[in-house]
Design a protein around this ligand. Structure first.
Ligand code: NAP
Length: 310
């Protein structure tokens, strides 16, 4: 079968694109390799998406977005695209088990967390080192946790972690936060949150489980090793130092800047019939509201492209 629109990625951008494409009566497939929702699926509070109030968690919002897209006829499959061929008018997306053909493609692959790059980090991921507070906070009930980063995500997730941890220390490489002032204020008021300024994590240690880590003060160059409280015997590190676009698959095929896909305001890439939407493209604000907006625009433009070209 040749679909009208194939969407790679089931985060807010992909799901919104799916909703708009299917509602326009285009045969639409959403291909997602993991859990639906992308980053938002692991976000506890989504209080800045219009209409979403205190009770709107990421998973709830995603479940409703998917349901809505399916209601209009979009199909959703679990599969990982490993190769693309955009050289002909009919685009081909390949996975290990399947080949998907479509008249238009919307790339909504989002972004993945940036790693610290410290020795021990990869080995101890999921063993005391985490990139998702919603997923792992409960493991640190009444323990200490350290959060690396100073942006909106780090500070918001640090606040969330105080619901579980007995103390949260934010480790930031500068002496002022990047996070929005309103978010900063909440953190400064929170008695469970402490700060370690001008500091980075340089090494993470443990034999199968996080046991200690080394921090370096960038101003004094002083290094010291941090251990859990003796009574606790365990602690955690949460890393929120930004995200990297998931665009590897399109290198040398699609025009990019610093690994982000370049589009025009209609979400068009340099290849006719291929659109990009969401956090993987060059843009000024990466939020759910802008991702869904990108998805809607990409779908409407895909519809126009198909009308004009097929
Ligand atoms: P971000 O704004 O890029 O912040 C990344 C943080 O990590 C910065 O504080 C940065 O330090 C630090 N950092 C980066 N690389 C580092 C490294 N190698 N070592 C140590 N520290 C490093 O990322 P984000 O917080 O994930 O936010 C991403 C986007 O989503 C932003 O546009 C943000 O506004 C948005 N967002 C918004 C909300 C909200 O509005 N509620 C919530 C979450 C995210 P420096 O400050 O020194 O650069």
């Amino acid at each position: 079968m040749i679909y009208d629109v194939a969407i790679i990625g089931g985060g807010p951008a992909g799901l919104a694109a799916g909703l708009y494409a299917a509602r326009a009566k285009l045969s639409t497939i959403i291909i997602e390799k993991g859990a639906d929702g992308g980053q938002i699926a692991t976000t506890d509070e989504v209080e800045n998406y219009p209409g979403a109030m205190e009770d709107a968690t990421g998973p709830k919002l995603v479940a409703r977005m998917l349901e809505q897209a399916k209601t209009f006829g979009a199909s959703r499959v679990s599969d990982e695209i490993t190769e693309v061929d955009f050289s002909d008018k009919i685009k081909v997306l390949k996975s290990a088990k399947e080949e998907y053909k479509a008249r238009a493609v919307i790339i909504a692959t989002g972004a993945v967390p940036r790693l610290i790059g410290a020795p021990g980090e990869k080995e101890l991921t999921g063993r005391g080192v985490s990139y998702c507070a919603t997923c792992d906070a409960a493991f640190f009930q009444d323990l200490e946790v350290y959060v690396m980063g100073g942006g909106d995500t780090a500070v918001e997730e640090a606040i969330y972690l105080t619901k579980f941890a007995k103390k949260v220390t934010i480790i930031h490489r500068r002496d002022e936060l990047r996070a929005a002032k309103s978010i900063q204020e909440k953190a400064f008021k929170n008695e469970k949150i402490e700060f370690m300024w001008d500091t980075v994590i340089t090494e993470i240690k443990g034999d199968g489980m996080l046991e200690s880590f080394v921090v370096k003060n960038l101003k004094t160059e002083e290094e010291r090793e941090i251990f859990p409280d003796e009574e606790d015997g365990a602690f955690g590190i949460f890393v929120f130092i930004g995200y990297l676009p998931a665009t590897e698959l399109f290198k040398d095929i699609i025009h990019m800047e610093r690994d982000y896909i370049v589009t025009d305001e209609n979400m068009k890439t340099n290849i006719p019939g291929v659109f990009a939407a969401g956090d993987n493209r060059v843009k000024s604000l990466r939020q759910v509201v802008t991702a869904t907006s990108d998805g809607a625009i990409a779908a409407v433009q895909a519809e126009k492209y198909i009308e004009d070209n097929f």
